[in-house]
Design a binder for this molecule. Structure first.
Ligand code: DGL
Length: 275
């Protein structure tokens, strides 16, 4: 039977941290995960390139039958989502939807910060785009008083190259965490604003003061997506519920399978595709 899965897209493995929570929260749905591992990382690429790659991925997922695509990547959400929603969707697929990860995270931060001091860790692209400070200012209704950011350009390569348990990970994580707390020592909510970073969670936790809330995005995106589908029954009805989980990558399927299986905790069958 032809399925209409929820498409989940990231530049590489990071979006699996979102996929995992989505499949936990809504196990009955069909999912198609696409990792653009051949062109990862996106975090250091220009606006135009990230937009171009992300649009290619979205169009590809539409062609695979996904009526709804979650961009499980902050860099692509920051640099491409708005243009895709406003300029491309009305032209290429007006009834389909593309959602990102920044807006749900911003809503959650606004709900939980007590003192309004927020820290955001992200890729260079996400930090330079200023998406988090702008969106927090816009949507927090004055609850967020200060947002400091820290670009962590070494963290995605650490994850993509399976270095998370080695000394290099400790070195770079400690360096960036110290730096963000030097910018504001009163941060009470720290956003892991890159979907790769939860894979470094145990290392990050070692260097963050105990009273600070560390926000990972997977569960937040799942909660907000369920809410979105309640408010949009016309979209909910179009999604098939056959519990399938399809993995596709633009790089080697075998490499993807072994890394993704470690993370998802179950066997992964992937196929290599061209966008
Ligand atoms: N996982 C992505 C994010 O959330 C980006 C990683 C990258 O490709 O640089 O920003």
């Amino acid at each position: 039977m032809k399925t209409s899965p929820i498409g989940v897209f990231d530049s590489g493995y990071g979006g699996l941290t979102v996929l995992k929570e989505l499949t936990k929260a809504m196990p009955e749905y069909d999912f198609l995960y696409l990792g653009d591992n051949a062109r990862t990382p996106y975090g250091t690429r220009s606006f135009d390139v990230v937009y171009d790659y992300t649009l290619q991925a979205v169009k590809y997922l539409f062609r695979q039958g996904c009526p709804l695509v979650i961009i499980a990547c902050n860099t692509a959400s920051a640099k491409a989502l708005r243009n895709i929603q406003m300029l491309d969707l009305p032209r290429i697929a007006p009834d389909n939807r593309v959602l990102g990860v920044i807006r749900p995270s911003v809503e959650k931060v606004s709900e939980i910060t007590m003192n309004g001091h927020v820290g955001v860790l992200g890729t260079v692209g996400t930090v330079v785009s200023e998406s988090y400070p702008i969106e927090l200012e816009k949507w927090s209704q004055g609850r967020v008083k200060s947002t400091v950011q820290e670009a962590c350009p070494m963290w995605v390569p650490l994850v993509e190259n399976n270095e998370i348990e080695n000394a290099g990970a400790d070195y770079f994580v400690q360096k960036n965490i110290n730096s963000i707390f030097t910018k504001d020592g009163t941060i009470d909510t720290l956003v892991l604003g890159c979907t790769h970073y939860p894979l470094l969670f145990d290392v990050i936790k070692k260097y963050v003061p105990k009273n600070v809330n560390i926000l990972t995005q997977g569960a937040i995106v799942a909660e907000k997506l369920l809410d979105y589908l309640k408010r949009h029954p016309e979209m909910e009805k179009r999604l098939t519920k056959g519990k399938t989980l399809d993995y596709q990558t633009t790089e080697s399927a075998a490499t993807f399978e072994s890394k993704a299986a470690l993370f998802m905790g179950s066997e992964v069958n992937a196929k290599t595709v061209h966008l």
